[in-house]
Design a protein around this ligand. Structure first.
Ligand code: NAP
Length: 325
């Protein structure tokens, strides 16, 4: 078999070189799109035709139609990303296609960005920085640029998985009380060092000063933070999302920030990327980043190596390390 491998975008860390190092990749037909943007869905359907393996990234929607366009030889979809809500895992299972992701390597980088958002939302650093650069800073003044203290406050982690835990660990530096909600109880060995208490989402939202979202995007978590839940939060609280945009009802958040229902929000992800709700763009209480959670050099390189390894192991008929289905 001469496998056809489709890589849907340019990736750091030489994916083609890594594929070619493996006997299966050496003779493979490798197609890599080198566009700065994700391919349109119609182009994706063309691109994957006859593929044995697809290495997509987060903006690629790999649904049943794409799998059927690839055809009966498709063995593996090796996603570049920890989240895999862009892939219809059920459709893959029905077709006997293996789905993999790239967790772990991006945990620390993403936790750093969650904290960057928490700190900036608490202290209003982005608008202050803009004022300074635009020549609008008039000098130090006791009533200017007043933020909120984090030390000793309460953090709610929604989704105490890899990244949630890394964010909670960092909170110890601020002597924060840590609450978390998840569907299952997490191992004592992980919780004991951070002294985390499991609560219901509603209880956590009522008590927390900082709410940080780290659950995957599923049907259950879509709009998990809606108007009703935003109303439960404290007016001085901060909401941070480095998970997936649709976990928050973005329009409801824009209204909540305008009304002062919550103090500020820090967002790395959005409902309709790359679009951002216009009211959030206008609001200084919204700290906005263009989905850079995993964006450190080493992390992005390691993600490539892991995605390639998953792809090759599945193509070889083995069980890849990061199978999600
Ligand atoms: P993970 O280790 O699988 O952790 C996710 C946690 O969410 C699990 O512990 C899970 O626990 C919990 N969870 C699932 N459904 C839940 C629900 N309905 N309510 C509350 N908790 C729920 O994943 P991870 O590596 O930490 O990554 C988390 C997410 O971050 C990914 O899915 C991805 O979308 C996102 N991410 C974003 C970036 C970025 O660039 N911004 C980078 C990496 C990852 P239970 O099953 O017990 O509920």
């Amino acid at each position: 078999m001469k496998p056809r491998i489709v890589v849907t975008t340019h990736l750091p860390g030489d994916p083609i070189g890594l594929l070619r190092e493996h006997p299966l990749g050496r003779d493979a037909e490798i197609i890599q799109l080198d566009e700065p943007r994700a391919p349109r869905h119609t182009d994706l359907l063309e691109l994957v035709r006859g593929a044995h393996a697809i290495l997509p990234h987060i903006p690629d929607r790999i649904d049943a139609e794409v799998m059927d366009a690839a055809g009966k030889d498709l063995r593996v979809i090796a996603n570049y990303g920890a989240g895999y809500n862009n892939i219809d895992v059920e459709a893959a299972r029905e077709r006997g296609v293996v789905v993999t992701n790239t967790p772990d390597v991006l945990t620390e980088a993403t936790a750093d960005i969650a904290w960057l958002l928490i700190l900036n939302a608490a202290r209003g650093a982005f608008p202050a920085n803009r004022d300074l650069r635009e020549g609008n800073w008039t000098g130090w003044h006791p009533t200017q640029y007043i933020g909120r203290d984090l030390a000793g406050s309460t953090l709610l982690v929604v989704g105490m998985g890899r990244i949630g835990l890394a964010v909670a660990r960092r909170a110890l530096g601020w002597r924060m009380r840590i609450l978390y909600c998840a569907r299952s109880r997490k191992p004592e060995a992980e919780l004991e060092p951070i002294n985390a208490t499991q609560v219901t989402l509603e209880q956590g939202l009522r008590e927390a000063d900082v709410v940080s979202l780290h659950c995957p995007l599923t049907e259950e978590t879509r709009h998990l933070i809606d108007e009703n839940r935003l109303d439960m939060m404290k007016p001085e609280s901060i909401l941070v999302n480095t998970a997936r945009g649709p976990v928050i009802d973005e329009a409801a958040l824009a209204v909540a920030l305008q009304r002062g229902t919550i103090h500020a929000a820090g967002l790395d992800v959005f409902e309709n990327e790359p679009q951002v709700h216009p009211d959030l763009l206008e609001n200084d209480r919204a700290v906005l980043l263009p989905h850079i959670g995993s964006g450190s050099e080493r992390t992005r390189r390691d993600m490539t190596a892991i995605a390639v390894d998953n792809l090759l192991q599945a193509l070889a008929g083995g069980v890849p390390p990061n199978r999600v289905d």
